[in-house]
Design a protein. Structure first.
Ligand SMILES: Cc1cc2nc3c(=O)[nH]c(=O)nc-3n(C[C@H](O)[C@H](O)[C@H](O)COP(=O)(O)OP(=O)(O)OC[C@H]3O[C@@H](n4cnc5c(N)ncnc54)[C@H](O)[C@@H]3O)c2cc1C
Length: 403
């Protein structure tokens, strides 16, 4: 006998769970499949175990997508306020951090429990450790799936298998393979929200700074149509054994292109040149290193001055041009970026299924009746700060209304 379902969702992550809940609430018979042992593995490890589940200030410009309008419909119909209401309904206490980021007070596990409880109440069947062997469209709104747990058929097939980041946690390219099967375009993928590695010489020089963190501004050029403009983020920078990380690096990694310069302002709140000239007048005997170490960790100052072959002597011994050079070194440091740490540590995948072939209202594929793509599998990537989960909730919700 055919094992028939109204809706089958592949991927019990953030978007898949939300879609399953909404479809189940509408009385649809929903099967949620995942090859992992547990649902929502990335939710559990997100936000350092506290899950940065959304952001108070969600705007379309917080998302990278070749069609900047694509995210608007889903985000406005299921907003951060809707998800906050759900969290509140389950009495999960939360707090706001910088830039409107919302985290659980206690544990990300509460978000998983909330979603699984909701799915259970909506009558969703969750089948874990289920490997998908193949899928095919039998006709419009009729699909068949061959899996480790048996064969299934459904009217609506929702692909919610996310991107390629953290392959150890079960990430696979299944969504892109399914897209390929239906001849749907996929935008080139690469690791996003990811630390940078430095070229060997700089890596060795700066390895000692590993663990040091302070606020910095990262900037790079981006192409907008035919024009080039600069994008910048100001947040914490962290030196690592391999290179550079911290929120400021993760944010800019979504925009930085290999081979392009990355500019770091290590003193974003100070006009260093003015400060140097002023202090030279007031305290001419003060050493350059001593002055700079009042603003930045001493080891960072030493490393940077050494890398630029600038000796530290009393301020009175520098001419204006030399002080200008010091100022540029700290305000416009250009680290020699080798690349990124890749999908091994990336939080997200840039690129994905071209949104031109997807309805922004329903997430249904325009050319294949009954086939849906939601969440990170799509060519939609949010900034750091809860935006990626919000798009997963919103796109899952949007599909959940119609599947
Ligand atoms: C370490 C880390 C921390 C993060 N922290 C945050 C944060 O705090 N805030 C935020 O907004 N975003 C965060 N993100 C990003 C966020 O987790 C993702 O953007 C979001 O989970 C995407 O949801 P999704 O449903 O599209 O995919 P996922 O949540 O990745 O779910 C995909 C599901 O599909 C399953 N799957 C994959 N391939 C197959 C297959 N072949 N067969 C069957 N099942 C399959 C997977 O097991 C998984 O359960 C973080 C990501 C990482 C890696």
């Amino acid at each position: 006998m055919v094992n028939m379902w109204d809706v089958i969702i592949i991927g019990a992550g953030a978007s898949g769970l939300m879609c399953a809940i909404e479809a189940g609430k509408r009385g649809r018979k929903v099967l949620l499949l995942d090859h992992a042992k547990r649902a929502g593995q990335k939710i559990i490890m997100s936000g350092g175990g506290r899950c940065n589940f959304t952001n108070l200030y969600v705007e379309p410009h917080h998302f990278l997508c070749d069609n900047p309008h694509f995210v608007k419909s889903a985000l406005s119909r299921y907003s951060q306020w809707d998800f906050i209401a759900l969290v509140d309904k389950h009495n999960i206490s939360w707090h706001e951090r910088d830039h409107g980021q919302l985290f659980c007070d206690d544990s990300a596990k509460q978000i998983i429990k909330m979603l699984l409880d909701e799915a259970h109440s909506a009558g969703v069947k969750v089948q874990l450790q289920c490997e998908i062997f193949s899928q095919q469209q039998l006709s419009d709104n009729h699909y068949s799936l061959q899996t480790k747990s048996g064969s299934y058929e459904c009217q609506s097939l929702v692909v919610a298998t996310g991107g390629l980041s953290l392959p150890k946690m079960g990430a696979t390219p299944l969504a892109y393979k399914i897209a390929d099967y239906y001849q749907l375009p996929v935008k080139a993928t690469r690791a996003g929200l990811v630390p940078f590695t430095l070229h060997q010489a700089q890596k060795e020089k700066f390895a000692d700074l590993s663990g040091i963190s302070f606020p910095a501004r990262a900037s790079c050029d981006i192409k907008v149509g035919k024009k080039t403009k600069q994008i910048s983020f100001t947040e914490a920078l962290l030196f690592t054994h391999r290179g550079l990380s911290g929120p400021v690096i993760l944010q800019i990694s979504n925009y930085w292109q290999a081979g392009e310069p990355l500019i770091l302002d290590l003193l974003p709140k100070l006009d260093l040149f003015k400060e140097l000239l002023f202090t030279q007048q007031k305290r001419p005997e003060l050493g350059l290193k001593t002055l700079l170490s009042q603003q930045l960790p001493k080891r960072v100052v030493e490393c940077l001055l050494e890398s630029a072959a600038i000796n530290s002597v009393p301020l009175k011994q520098y001419n204006e041009k030399q002080l200008q050079r010091v100022s540029e070194l700290f305000h416009q440091w250009q680290p020699q970026i080798n690349g990124t740490e890749g999908y091994r540590t990336a939080e997200v995948t840039l690129g994905g299924i071209d949104t031109d072939v997807i309805s922004s209202k329903t997430m249904q594929c325009k050319s294949v009746q009954g086939l849906y793509f939601i969440g990170e599998a799509l060519d939609v990537t949010g900034w750091l700060g809860g935006f990626n989960f919000q798009f997963a909730w919103s796109s899952g919700w949007a599909a959940g209304q119609v599947v």
